[in-house]
Design a protein around this ligand. Structure first.
Ligand SMILES: NC(=O)c1ccc[n+]([C@@H]2O[C@H](COP(=O)([O-])OP(=O)(O)OC[C@H]3O[C@@H](n4cnc5c(N)ncnc54)[C@H](O)[C@@H]3O)[C@@H](O)[C@H]2O)c1
Ligand SMILES: [Zn+2]
Ligand SMILES: [Zn+2]
Length: 361
């Protein structure tokens, strides 16, 4: 029997979010219904609400979630009712060219549930990143469920499902940060601080946090930044050079997808370093760079989706690191809120007051 649950939707571009009744079908072949326990508020949810991702309104928002498997459809063997899972937005197919070549994090045929969740009038919902977890329950593909240690608190564990994984992986997987490296992270929200934590775990010895907000820089120190630069007060490039003996940073990780931060990162490299763009840029943004500079410095200009992660490999590992006290996953949870508070959480995010507000259900 399809179930009616509460969910938070963005009905149209820029309009405040609404709590509505959502119809969740029984899981079909390969699908799973998950009872959500917690779901973080990510900047990407706001991008959806602002029409910055696509125009497939109405969106069922929320995608950084953990919960318990409630029921599974035909052919689902990897998870069973009662399992504690973190939801992921890249359920790899195992068969496409990327998967066949052993690089499943580039899979271009990732799975989502085939059936649609709907409003009570039958309007089909577009779940954010194929998840839609600001809801009591959601319908996903079985591959979107990654089992993790049930002792982990749901509010923190769910954050692995997007922002924390994206930042950590941008540093460690995409950026290849290693022992003794210097790293600059421009934009230290949830994603940027996860990049800082990742760089620390990977052994970077100089980690420069760059942000326009002193609160974020303070938090960044807690996650492992060795230096901070407030780029509202000091030129970001000069600031990073000043604390790296004039050398610049081998790795630059950029959570905000904006031309000015891209330019800053581009002009603060140590020789043959790597820039990793993580932030989602609006479709109309462009950047102009001198080709001779790109040639002359070596290194790489990369982008990172989801930290080039493999959920089955990386989520349990990050939970283990956290439980060993080597990675403070819990510190990303600034506050826990209810489903009614998502709009207010967007405003707090905008004002820079939180790393993550997490809806608990
Ligand atoms: N690539 C991916 O897979 C992926 C995954 C999750 C999120 N994202 C994206 O990452 C970005 C960051 O997400 P978040 O949740 O951490 O957002 P957030 O709002 O928590 O953090 C953004 C930070 O950037 C800082 N900032 C803004 N403009 C700046 C500037 N010009 N210079 C320096 N700092 C600046 C802000 O003060 C804030 O601390 C978003 O664009 C989000 O969509 C990408
Ligand atoms: Zn694939
Ligand atoms: Zn996200």
């Amino acid at each position: 029997m399809p179930q009616t649950v509460r969910g938070v939707i963005a009905r149209s571009k820029g309009a405040p979010v609404e709590i509505v009744d959502v119809i969740v079908p029984d899981p079909g072949p390969g699908e799973v219904v998950v009872a959500i326990q917690a779901c973080g508020v990510c900047h990407t949810d706001l991008h959806y609400r602002e029409g910055g991702i696509n125009d497939d309104f109405p969106f069922l928002l929320g995608h950084e979630a953990a919960g318990l498997v409630e029921s599974v459809g035909e052919g689902v063997t990897d998870v069973a009712p009662g399992d504690f899972v973190v939801l992921n937005w890249r359920a790899v197919c195992g068969q496409c060219r990327a998967c066949a070549r052993g690089k499943p994090w580039y899979c271009f045929n990732t799975h989502n549930a085939k059936q649609k969740m709907t409003l009570t009038d039958g309007t089909e919902l577009s779940p954010a990143l194929g998840i839609g977890a600001f809801a009591d329950k959601t319908l996903v593909h079985a591959g979107q469920c990654t089992k993790v240690d049930p002792a982990a608190p749901a509010a923190a564990a769910g954050l692995l499902g997007c922002g924390v994984m994206a930042g950590f992986g941008a540093a460690v997987n995409t950026g290849g940060v290693g022992r003794g490296d210097s790293v600059a992270v421009i934009g230290c929200g949830g994603v940027g601080n996860a990049a800082i934590a990742g760089a620390k775990v990977a052994g970077a010895t100089t980690i420069v946090a760059v942000d326009v907000d002193d609160r974020k820089l303070e938090w960044a120190r807690g996650f492992g930044a060795t230096h901070t630069v407030n780029s509202r007060e000091v030129d970001a490039v000069e600031g990073v050079r000043a604390v790296t003996g004039g050398n610049g940073a081998c790795g630059r990780i950029l959570p905000p997808g904006r031309p000015e931060t891209y330019q800053q990162a581009f002009y603060m490299p140590d020789l043959a370093g790597t820039d990793v763009l993580v932030g989602v840029p609006p479709p109309d943004m462009t950047v102009e760079l001198p080709l001779i500079e790109i040639f002359g410095r070596g290194g790489a200009l990369k982008s990172s989706w989801y930290g080039d992660c493999l959920p089955s490999r990386d989520f349990p590992m990050l939970i283990d690191l956290s439980r060993q006290g080597r990675f403070d996953l819990d510190a990303f949870v600034s506050e826990t809120i209810s489903l009614d508070d998502v709009e207010a959480a967007f405003e707090k995010m905008h004002r820079g007051e939180v790393l993550r507000s997490v809806v608990e259900l």
